[in-house]
Ligand binder design. Sequence first.
Ligand code: CU
Length: 502
Amino acid sequence: MRENERPTLRTRRQILASGVAMAGAIPFLRIPRAIAAPETDAAKLRLTVGTRTLAVNGKSARVFGLIGPNGKPGITLSPGERFDVDLVNQAGTSTIIHWHGQLPPWTQDGFPWPQTPPIPAGDTHSYNYAAIAGTYWMHSHQGMQEQSLMTAPLIVHSAEDLRADRQEVVLMLHDFSFRTPDELLAGLTKSNGSQSAIPKSGMDKAMNMGSGSMGAMNSRTMGAMNMGSGMAMDLNDVDYDAFLVNDRTFADPEVMRTEPGGRVRVRLINAASATQFWIDLGALTGTVVAVDGHPVRPMRGTRLPLAMAQRLDVLIDLPGNGPYPIFAQVEGKRARTGIVLAAPGAPVSRLAAEAGENAPPVDLSLERRLEAITPLAPRAPDVTHRVILTGAMAPYAWSLNGEYWPNVTPLMIAHGQRVAIELVNHSMMAHPMHLHGHAFQVVAINGAPLAGAVRDTVLVPPMGSVTIAFDADNPGRWAFHCHNLYHMMRGMMTEVRYPAVI
Ligand SMILES: [Cu+2]
């Protein structure tokens, strides 16, 4: 519902929740333990979509931003607090913001369905739904605004977070180009010398793998992984100018001051448009405790893959004063970004912006080992959908079951069903598939059953398959798409639909 239809909200949104801590650009936050967890809607928060200027590699760039009530990016909610937000559109253009991984009613999901159109420039739109705890994020689902950094953290604290009393650091990863998203997409689609149109219908050739020598952009990197047939998988569609953590490059990293021997919870968000990272904790060992906001059985590790749109929560107990760099290295490249944890006074020296070796492709090595703390109840699926992922770098077009968004056949499900979706990748690229409005469990990889993580985005490797399952408990129209934003723009999206709401 639009703000101008509910004038009584105008006064309420001026009242900010006292003590609500914000994430994002601040170096770290100490959760104030004195905050009482509000059981009900206490005050409406104001979130403003606008533009801002970043300095990257010594040059300035105009990008979008999502600024919360205290002037910092995004929103942080206290335990039990509802997502009760007025979204103020000062972007100068229409927009719609998706609350990635949250489970609101479909009309508040922030997707431009005919029933939920974008918010015109200058308007305010209100949201009010029960938030789920964990590391989430928000981003535009309109055009290519997300590529221009219309993204921010959305952190929902749990009562357990407050009890744990860990210093929190939020690391939001981006890929950045001085070229516009339109220029980047034009470069990709013109890869074979002509502007290629997306086919309107018809199945792709399922084995359309001939992408190797026809790079869309000559800087595109090829993975070192041999697929067994002599074909190399494709990585990194776009050659970016910089990789950012909380808007900063590794030449000028954020130094987050920690207590000597401090206890830290790192919330990592891969908000990049088309880049996957290996998180490298350097000298530290961490414990993964949640993926995409959902708790998993604690898993120790130092090098952790992070696909597009995914999140990782990692607990780290610092052995000393540091400095302790945390790296995010681009798959298939030496390029990296990161931050530094260091006690006050600990010297921080300049760090090399490139690693010694190219990182391998991001893979399912972590996914295979993850176990949900709260798995689905055992139950056979009532319906199983099979979705074939196809496409190639040239021509640059990507599809689900041979269909290109918006000319798609919805995957029909019904309220109360246990739904399984088998994702079968017939392309030479990995695709991070994201389902709106539901948390699913990873139940098989390459046909091998698994009681895996509950999450909202899963990577489907080249020529591999992943099966997900979920309970159909949130009726509506839901987007289901690859979170490589250029793949999504070139057709790789469909709809999961409940019949009763349409
Ligand atoms: Cu994709």
